[in-house]
Design a protein around this ligand. Structure first.
Ligand code: HEC
Ligand code: HEC
Length: 306
């Protein structure tokens, strides 16, 4: 940060905050002793507001208790700004921070649940996948942190992988799953239509992709599309189309589709590319919680390597 942003804006915020509070205090004080209250109705300044013939503004002074409440809020806000951060760079004499409070609450919670997790210490995810108590915790962790994308039954949705199918983009071993959950994954299929050629070249390649998983498709088009696939797609999806977990490139020979297997879906994939992002969870979950999730995924997918 330059000196300017470091000092100028905090100074502006400090001045504006204090001036605002001072203005409120002044307004209340000034209003409380407005001489017009004491004057007879005829002598009051004409604000243009009269109701029921005799109800003027400035008929009655604000009640004392109301003024005192107002002054109290002013005192409170000054006190707040002394103890808590609020005035520019001044951190407040208590040294309180939002992130500090969050950290403290998290540590307290982690300490409280530690005994619950202690019995899983040193167990592999494969072993945890056989342990019903571990799976119960894994299931609730999944419902809390993963289900909004992968579905409460882990079967996913368009663009969000089905974790029960045993067909993996990034690998289904305990280690691969742990990496996926902790560090996240970013699958990138670039837009390929320009490289493939004309619209009918793209259609032919799409037909070839359909033929890879034994779908019924235009067999002449599929035969024509093979060369385009070999030239443009095999580098990532493999010569046989079986995918590459190092790149997150899916196996195109199974019947599991992330973005759909219709001709239109595949053409869209080739034309626009696809980019699925699995967010990293290492900062939000402990390593032990991640292992319990690995166990849960192993369980619902029928085990490693399937
Ligand atoms: C640079 C590597 C790369 C190349 C080249 C590539 N792909 Fe992909 N492809 C991927 C990745 C990675 C994904 C998964 C994208 C994601 O996770 O969002 C993917 C996804 C797909 C899908 C979606 C599968 C599904 O389950 O819905 C199809 C279909 C596909 N690619 C076909 C092709 C075809 C056809 C070509 C050649 C024209 C091609 N890809 C070229 C990496 C590649
Ligand atoms: C914001 C949505 C989102 C959340 C939350 C999310 N995921 Fe994902 N996840 C994805 C997407 C999208 C992919 C596919 C990435 C790609 O295309 O390569 C993915 C991929 C995966 C994969 C890899 C699948 C494969 O075929 O290799 C696993 C395993 C996984 N997620 C498990 C989890 C678990 C466990 C959680 C909870 C801790 C979770 N995900 C939370 C969106 C999400």
């Amino acid at each position: 940060m330059s000196d300017f942003t470091h000092f100028f804006w905090p100074a502006v915020i400090t001045v504006v905050s204090l001036a605002g509070i001072a203005a409120c205090a002044w307004l209340a004080w000034r209003h409380g002793r407005n001489p017009a209250y004491a004057q007879p109705a005829e002598a009051k300044p004409d604000t243009g507001h009269v109701w029921d013939g005799d109800l003027y503004e400035l008929n009655n002074p604000p009640p004392r208790w109301w003024l005192w409440m107002f002054y109290l809020t002013v005192v409170f806000s000054l006190g707040y700004l002394i103890f808590y951060p609020g005035l520019g760079n001044f951190a407040g004499v208590l040294g309180w921070t939002q992130s500090g409070q969050y950290q403290a609450e998290r540590e307290a919670l982690d300490a409280r649940v530690a005994p619950l997790y202690a019995r899983f210490d040193g167990k592999t995810p494969e072993a945890l996948a056989q342990d019903s108590e571990a799976l119960a915790i894994g299931t609730s962790l999944f419902l809390n942190t993963c289900a909004q994308c992968h579905g409460s039954d882990a079967r996913g949705a368009r663009g969000y992988p089905n974790l029960t199918a045993g067909a993996w983009l990034h690998g289904g071993t305990a280690d691969a799953l742990r990496t996926t959950i902790a560090e996240g994954r970013h699958g990138v299929m670039p837009p390929m239509a320009a490289a493939v050629g004309t619209a009918s070249d793209v259609r032919n390649v799409a037909a070839y992709v359909q033929s890879l998983s034994g779908m019924r498709t235009d067999s002449v088009a599929a035969a024509r599309g093979k060369i385009g696939f070999m030239n443009n797609c095999a580098g990532c999806h493999g010569a046989e189309g079986k995918g590459n977990p190092l790149l997150g490139a899916p196996n195109l020979t199974d019947s599991v589709w992330l973005y759909g297997g219709s001709q239109a879906d595949i053409i869209e994939t080739i034309t626009r590319g696809r980019e699925g992002v699995m967010p990293a969870h290492a900062g939000r979950l402990t390593p032990q919680q991640i292992d319990l999730l690995v166990a849960y995924v192993l369980k619902v997918s029928g085990g490693p390597g399937r």
